[in-house]
Design a protein around this ligand. Sequence first.
Ligand code: FES
Length: 75
Amino acid sequence: IVVRAETSVASPINPNIQKENPKVVDTVTTSSVEKQVAYCRCWRSGTFPKCNGAHVAWNKETGDNVGPLLIKKDD
Ligand code: FES
């Protein structure tokens, strides 16, 4: 059973990535993508900014539905 607290209070979504930076920004050029790359949008990846699948446990624990940004090279 997943119990979610409903709240109207805004809270940070980034638990611990680069907290010393006022804004975390990552830049990717499409020429640097060989075939496909997945970038984290849940802020829980151990390989941030790349997805390492941590969103699966997060979604299971919280009932959330987050997933990575996929960047694919054009054929
Ligand atoms: Fe964050 Fe996959 S680990 S989206």
